[in-house]
Ligand binder design. Structure first.
Ligand SMILES: Nc1ncnc2c1ncn2[C@@H]1O[C@H](COP(=O)(O)OP(=O)(O)OP(=O)(O)O)[C@@H](O)[C@H]1O
Ligand SMILES: [Mg+2]
Length: 218
């Protein structure tokens, strides 16, 4: 693990030039938060925006792989960690715990206070520069990471959260708890995406509609 504890605090806030901040949340793991974060980022960039992704899934950072960004050393400048840019135009910036791991397969077991401190650094100390939208990919649930990110976003503006579910009852039940979390913490819900929904196999009739659909509406 690279030295992260020695980083100097940057009080002017690396998010001062970030116009919009959106969290991507779900109660359940594996429903497609990281996929949706990536696709939202690419769509927003396609529409002409400068976009950033902050991957705070400390135990399973998957955004670098989804954006095909391999092992990358992250550097510090006077105003904080320099994000990794996926293109020469610097229209898509990325910061992930994945960049701080010496070995991508390293099993990371983070405990409460260390996790909270790292997320504090992540939120406050990445030198994002000017961004139209910053998307924050989160781990499943409503745990330390979520509370830490909300706590650290208090000094900035959080526009709200996009919730992700799949159509099945096990997922919609968990997303309801996420809605309660948003209400209790005052996070505006921008929308709910029902992912992996309603696929009809174009090649055969036997596996038509292998995913159900519509559960997220309830
Ligand atoms: N609409 C979709 N159709 C098919 N596969 C999908 C779709 N959305 C996501 N997947 C696949 O499902 C798997 C889980 O997706 P993803 O990693 O985005 O979920 P996640 O909610 O971020 O998971 P975690 O909770 O572990 O962070 C991945 O292999 C992804 O490629
Ligand atoms: Mg994920």
């Amino acid at each position: 693990m690279h030295q992260i504890q020695n980083m100097e605090q940057n009080n002017d806030g690396g998010m001062s030039q970030v116009r919009h901040v959106v969290l991507v949340l779900s109660g359940k793991g594996g429903v497609g938060k990281s996929t949706i974060t990536t696709e939202l980022a690419l769509a927003l960039r396609h529409a002409g925006n400068k976009v950033g992704i902050l991957d705070i899934d400390l135990c399973g950072p998957s955004i670098p792989r989804m954006l095909n960004v391999g092992r990358t050393d992250v550097h510090q400048c006077d105003s904080g960690w320099v994000p990794v840019y996926t293109d020469a135009e610097k229209s898509l910036a990325l910061m992930s715990i994945g960049f701080l791991l010496e070995d991508p397969d390293e099993a990371v077991v983070w405990r409460g206070p260390k996790k909270t401190a790292l997320i504090g650094q992540f939120v406050s100390d990445v030198a994002w520069g000017e961004l139209d939208v910053l998307l924050i990919d989160t781990p499943p649930g409503t745990s330390d990471e979520h509370l830490a990110v909300l706590d650290n976003l208090k000094k900035h503006r959080l526009d709200g959260a996009v919730l992700v579910t799949t159509p099945q009852a096990v997922s919609t039940g968990d997303v309801r708890r996420e809605i309660t979390f948003c209400k209790k913490t005052g996070v505006r819900i921008l929308g709910i995406i029902e992912n992996m929904s309603g696929f009809v196999c174009p090649h055969c009739s036997e596996c038509s509609n292998i995913f159900s659909k519509g559960g997220g509406e309830s």
